[in-house]
Ligand binder design. Structure first.
Ligand code: TYD
Length: 137
């Protein structure tokens, strides 16, 4: 079965008076074993990050603060924009998805990842990414 990028919706426990808690749990609302968690912050608004795909890594991304815009492309050439503008929203990204990422002022990106960091899992060259489409690699 082909896996596609999609929004996940986290529980929002609490109330406007008390504030909220959202929870991520392995194989409950996260479709993989979480092996790594990282977060990015202080990204200037005029910077585009990402610019890569992964060979095996699956991720769930949350904008715990601010707004984060993912422009993604799969190997069939489908392009889509996902706007993360609430901490109760997650974005599931399967393997082999090219992504460019923009951040609002003071946005904080939380990533739950299915693998430990491995530079050899990155495809950082767009032409190389496209070659995976035609099985040239
Ligand atoms: P990268 O994943 O390319 O960042 P982004 O997609 O946000 O632009 O990572 C940036 C740098 O940080 C790169 O040199 C690799 C390093 N890095 C680690 O050492 N460990 C990690 O878990 C991550 C995510 C990145």
């Amino acid at each position: 079965m082909t896996k596609n990028p999609k929004f996940l919706s986290f529980n929002k426990i609490g109330s406007p008076n008390l504030g909220y808690i959202s929870v991520a749990e392995n194989h409950e609302n996260i479709p993989f074993d979480i092996k790594r968690v990282y977060w990015t912050y202080y990204t200037p608004q005029d910077v585009t990050r990402g610019g890569h795909a992964h060979l095996e890594l699956e991720q769930v991304i949350v904008a715990v603060s601010g707004t984060i815009i993912f422009n993604i492309e799969d190997l069939e050439g489908n392009k889509k924009e996902f706007i993360l503008d609430s901490p109760e929203k997650g974005l599931y990204i399967p393997k082999l998805i090219w992504r460019d990422i923009k951040f609002s002022h003071s946005a904080v990106l939380l990533c739950l990842a299915s693998e430990k960091y491995m530079e050899s899992d990155y495809i950082r060259d767009y032409a190389t990414f496209l070659k995976h489409k035609t099985n040239e690699i």
